[in-house]
Ligand binder design. Sequence first.
Ligand SMILES: Nc1ncnc2c1ncn2[C@@H]1O[C@H](COP(=O)(O)OP(=O)(O)OP(=O)(O)O)[C@@H](O)[C@H]1O
Ligand code: SF4
Ligand SMILES: [Mg+2]
Length: 395
Amino acid sequence: MEELVAEAHAPSQLNPDAAPILEVENLQMYFPVRSHGLVRRVVGQVQAVDGVSFQLGAGSSLGLVGESGCGKSTTGRAITRLYEPTGGAIRFEGKDIARISPKNLKPIRRDIQMIFQDPYTSLNPRHTVGTIVGAPLEIHNLVPKDKVLPRVQEILEVVGLNPEHYNRYPHEFSGGQRQRIGIARALMLQPKLLVADEPVSALDVSIQAQVVNLLQDVQKEFGIAFLFIAHDLAIVRHFCPEIAVMYLGKIVEIADRETLYSRPHHPYTQALLSAVPDVRQAAVGGRRERIRLTGDVPSPINPPSGCRFRTRCSLAKEICAKVEPPLLQVGARHKVACHFPGELGHAPQTPVTTGICGVDAQGNTVAGQTADIQLNAPGYDTTWLDLATGQRTGA
Ligand SMILES: Nc1ncnc2c1ncn2[C@@H]1O[C@H](COP(=O)(O)OP(=O)(O)OP(=O)(O)O)[C@@H](O)[C@H]1O
Ligand code: SF4
Ligand SMILES: [Mg+2]
């Protein structure tokens, strides 16, 4: 991380006024689990993504973090429509693309591209770099054949590769260079949205900063919006002015960078961040106090009732097993899915969600009460619950 900070450009900044280019609402992606044997019956569902909602501004970047298996890649693949979602909406420039036909999807594939984690397996070893990078132009029949090579060479130069190397094969390049080839391929069609799935985690730390810088440069130059998926909270912090934390198929907290890193309100976010050396504290030889997560991540085939994090949460109470906490807005750009949200060591004693969920403090349904706000909508409202006063407040 120190190397990244030393070599990287200034962190990307949030533009709160950017119009949303992507709105994901209640996205669900389930995979069937089949029995063994001749008749392979469906015996269950892997609830890889279950009710994910968020908004991404044009030209902005949102980070998606969480432990392995929490559904980050599945979310990215559903948005790029490599998968057909089980449920929910994916509005790209206002149009729901969650279930549109392959024919209608084709023009949208130009606008939404993906960069994959592994530069070793994501490039066809039998094709030259020119063929790989030029393929999107040919598939979409965008330029005459004799114009493909000049375009390929132009884009190779943009990503810092030698344009004369277009006839070389992927194995002739280093890991960092191969990831540049993947980025060049993704940029070829000048997309409006790039889903970058762990774009630097397979690279040596020493070249991660260079690739992150390149992504920042192309983002600025071409005004591309990024969904940046990563394990590494330090890289996300640098690249993304807004960050969503996932746990077992759901977003548990989403906020602007400053709020998320300095005042996380969800016990899971607090635990994740406590494992990351704090940059400023590291400079004076310090570290945040470490919160250890006990137990394993439960199976997404049979997730815990109520709050999915409850089997590992030190704050869990009766209500947590009965009622799923809504992703509640608690600040101008801050939402958290917890019945007892608060800064570390300052969680409220009574659940803040009872009125909203129509239940009592133990999570039992209260006759005549129903949920009073639209839960799980993407984006932010102009008013929110002020945790200090228990009242709704606004900017
Ligand atoms: N095609 C599939 N069929 C069945 N289950 C799947 C499929 N793809 C993913 N899963 C399951 O869905 C869950 C989420 O997987 P996903 O790859 O989205 O996690 P991730 O957050 O990207 O993890 P990592 O950090 O390891 O890349 C996991 O339990 C995984 O086993
Ligand atoms: S809802 Fe309950 S179990 Fe879930 S994170 Fe909050 S306190 Fe923990
Ligand atoms: Mg993944």
